[in-house]
Design a protein around this ligand. Structure first.
Ligand SMILES: [Zn+2]
Length: 189
């Protein structure tokens, strides 16, 4: 028997006007991850398109509340929409409340800040140094230099944290390198 392919639109239609336990307000014109709230700077908002087609274009995945391996079905009441990163990180159990509780605590900005803290510590960047690095970030020389030295890699999770194809560690690593080596060489002839 051919497996029925579920359409994202069915899931949106099912949840759109219902109260939910994962703490998300669903605005049908603004596709977002129902877990972390990532909205891709509004890139997929329904401007000049129908709301269902905008949800189909957004990088969202259909996720089971109760996993299929634990008997979960394909009814929209057992399905939610999440970005790839949330889908990868989400708990898989037979208890919906565990997933709902986890979803309600996710926030893409919080996650970005934690990743930024990690990247800063990976490259030994102190709080005092940040202001100096921000000044460098804004210079045309640095912007040009970064283009030449960064590879583009779309993370498997679809989430670089920067809204583009450069990962946070690339950016933070490059700015540290630039400030500690390239710029110093320029200043010391
Ligand atoms: Zn998410």
């Amino acid at each position: 028997m051919k497996r029925k392919v579920i359409d994202i639109g069915e899931v949106v239609e099912y949840w759109r006007d219902k109260p939910n336990s994962f703490g998300t307000f669903i605005d049908v014109n603004e596709p977002t991850c129902w877990s972390c709230g990532q909205f891709w700077e509004g890139r997929y908002d329904a401007v000049g398109s129908t709301y269902l087609s905008c949800w189909r274009k957004a990088p969202l995945q259909i996720c089971h509340v109760i996993p299929k391996s634990l008997g979960g079905n394909e009814h929209p009441n057992n399905l939610v929409l999440m970005c790839k990163e949330c889908h990868d990180l989400a708990p898989n159990t037979s208890f919906p409340e565990i997933l709902y509780r986890w979803m309600s605590q996710q926030c893409y900005l919080k996650r970005l800040i934690v990743k930024l803290e990690l990247a800063l510590s990976d490259f030994d960047i102190t709080i005092d140094e940040i202001r100096q690095l921000i000044n460098i970030l804004q210079t045309p020389e640095f912007k040009e230099w970064v283009k030449k030295h960064s590879g583009l890699h779309w993370p498997q999770s679809g989430y670089s944290g920067l809204g583009n194809k450069m990962t946070l560690s690339t950016y933070v690593g490059l700015i540290k390198y630039y400030s500690s080596r390239v710029q110093l060489q320029k200043e010391v002839p």
